[in-house]
Design a protein around this ligand. Structure first.
Ligand code: PHE
Length: 371
């Protein structure tokens, strides 16, 4: 090949830049055509060949007549040009075939992407919530880091009252300099959102509150320090205990099948009076008695009761801070009921799961069963 060596008339920076720009263009246009290994090799020889390579010929021609002070700027530019040539040889885009040219091997197994599913706990939580949505309830949420006031005081757990012992509370550190009611903790139940809702809005109220709660419990087959509850609150004129019974009886039948029966046992919660524990007839044996229901025929499922007037009093005190005449929660005029249930416990009964830990293990063999 008869190489044409471009002429370099002067050695000032501008002239150098111009000449090298022309060479760089040459390299770029040749590099774009490197579609085969042979073309690549020819390109390499053409530019980098040890004896007759274009780079070598040009650098010899230009350096020979260069004044001493032009040697350095020339050298720098030759190095840049060399790098450009080398990277054109390395760059896969210059040599790789386009995918369409490679063809597709239709004998390869396809890339199967498993579709995601809702986690079984979320699924159960949504089922519970949707039963109440159908009854006209809406959903409310609240913070997991809660103040002592909302988690306890406003719910009629006075400071230092033994009723607090039933809820092994995880306290947030370094709160002792704050006033008692402002001290932060991880909420032990979803009930504080009852207070938040009533402080924010006047009756009528029908809400469900799904969410995460925290207790300082040692993990075992039925306990986890983090678990989930769905709370319910209904406040209006003329709400009675029979409304509570009817609502929960319907909800249990919707969740576990129309054959289940419910019964209400006296219980205690500081924020409801009277309070009750709700049991459903054992869904495993139909009430005859089996290992699952400890041969009683009944399974205890949730707590509930009529909203205690002391709760309405704390709500009213809070509302009067912004509206001194507020009387929306006058217990002479309105009543309400509340209930709270554990999502894990319900999901375990629904699916016959014996260890709560499965929910949090992330074990695909467990989770896949709910797909
Ligand atoms: N908050 C109670 C608990 O976590 C449950 C409950 C809610 C009871 C509402 C009555 C009314 O134990």
């Amino acid at each position: 090949m008869n190489e044409v060596i471009p002429e370099l008339l002067t050695y000032d920076e501008a002239a150098l830049d111009r000449s090298f720009a022309t060479l760089a263009d040459e390299v770029r246009s040749e590099a774009s055509a490197l579609t085969t290994p042979e073309a690549q090799e020819n390109f390499r020889l053409h530019w980098l060949g040890r004896k007759q390579g274009r780079l070598k010929l040009i650098s010899e021609a230009w350096l020979k007549s260069a004044p001493a002070e032009a040697r350095k700027p020339l050298g720098i530019r030759f190095n840049q040009l060399k790098q450009q040539i080398e990277s054109a040889l390395e760059s896969p885009s210059a040599t790789a075939k386009k995918p369409a040219e490679q063809g597709i091997d239709i004998t390869l197994p396809g890339a199967v992407r498993a579709p995601g599913i809702p986690h079984p706990l979320l699924k159960t939580m949504h089922e519970i919530v949707s039963v109440f949505h159908h009854l006209g309830y809406s959903t409310n949420l609240g913070p997991q880091v809660e103040s002592d006031f909302y988690n306890f005081e406003a719910l009629n757990f006075p400071p230092n009252h033994p009723a607090r012992d039933t809820q092994d509370t995880l306290q947030i550190a370094a709160q002792h300099t704050r006033p008692g009611r402002d001290r932060l903790l991880m909420r032990t139940h979803t009930s504080p959102v009852q207070i938040r809702t009533m402080v924010a809005q006047a009756p009528p109220i029908r809400i469900v509150i799904p969410g995460k709660v925290h207790r300082n419990d040692a993990a075992d087959a039925t306990h986890s320090p983090i678990f989930h509850q769905v709370e319910g609150l209904c406040v209006d004129t003329n709400i009675t205990f029979s409304d509570l019974k009817g609502t929960l009886d319907h909800a249990m039948k919707a969740l576990f099948g129309s054959a289940v029966k419910t019964r209400f046992f006296p219980s205690f919660f500081p924020f409801t009076e009277p309070s009750a524990d709700v049991q459903i007839s054992c869904i495993f044996c139909g009430g005859k008695g089996c290992r699952k229901c400890k041969h009683s025929g009944w399974i205890e499922l949730l707590g509930c009761g009529m909203v205690d007037p002391a709760v309405f009093a704390s709500v009213t005190a809070e509302r009067r801070k912004t509206n001194p005449a507020d009387d929306a929660y006058n217990p002479e005029k309105i009543t309400g009921f509340a209930f709270g249930m554990g999502v894990e416990r319900i999901a375990m009964i629904q699916h016959g799961i014996s260890d709560i830990g499965h929910f949090y293990s992330g074990d695909m063999r467990f989770l896949e069963q709910f797909a």
